[in-house]
Design a protein around this ligand. Sequence first.
Ligand SMILES: [Zn+2]
Ligand SMILES: [Zn+2]
Length: 346
Amino acid sequence: MNARCAWHLAMALVPLVQAPVEAQGRWFKGNTHAHSLNSDGDVPVDAVVRWYREHGYHFTFVTEHEFFTDVAPLNGLFAAGNRFLVIAGQEVTQRVADPQHTGGVRQVHVNALGTSRLVMPIGERNIATGMSIAATYARNGAAIRAAGGIMQVNHPNFIWSVPLADMMDLPDSTLFELWNGHPTVYNLGGTDSTGQVMLSTEARWDSILSRGKLVFGVADDDSHSFKPQDAENTDLARPGRGWIQVRADTLTADAIVAALRRGDFYASNGITLRDVRTTPTEYRIEIAPAGDRRYLTEFIGKGGRVLATSTTLRPSYRITGTEGYVRARVSDSSGRMAWTKPFLTP
Ligand SMILES: [Zn+2]
Ligand SMILES: [Zn+2]
């Protein structure tokens, strides 16, 4: 072997040496909910994509209302190996007629993620009549799966629209918005116009998980307002307020959607985790600390009960098998949060 051959061999080995060492893959930061001028956003879709690319994201879905975006030209301009990708999708802007409710309809939007074509909501002007919210979720979920994608249930507290009961039969592996960055979707819950209590998204999650259903909580932006002059306007749906970190081997639409279907991600609005790992007997997390912030991790089980707490950067919980499920919520001293995947105990 001469020096030149040795050099070629060494270069051939470099990618192998530098490849992620964990079989489970690496983290890719992404957003599952964004709008442009193609629906009710305020900038062209390329400006939306550019914002995410320039702000440390690895991917974004583009989810216009009833408009399917061909992402190939966008990826021609913006995709970059394992560093950035645009993934196709849409928002299915379903409404359900209810004369008793504000505006005569309930808003039961869902996102189609990773689809290959447009999925239309049920009914004229997107209004389903004589149909329950739960039935629209079932129908739209099936239509999204038939188009090759997965369903994300959006903002259940938007205009106080979705009673918890309608979410209880969502199929396993459905995503739902635990934290949506839009200022009027009321993640923390409240009461509807009749005084009915509408639970926070996180309490909804615990209720669904307590039934033994494995649904996955997402944080995203529902971004509509990208103009730089609006950067400080908290009344607008600005980007960068909620995201997911997805664990995958490679940055392709198929790999990201498959990881979402497995729930192999965590949701965040400001906390970074280095690792999240479960075995049948242990749930382990490693937090990436920022500055001198302090962290509290709560391990949560059936009924939303706090099973254990930790203030370390490597919190862990010994699973007994009687918890129903175990998930974790990490919060920091400035109020930011991260939420990890639920693990159902036998
Ligand atoms: Zn919506
Ligand atoms: Zn939206």
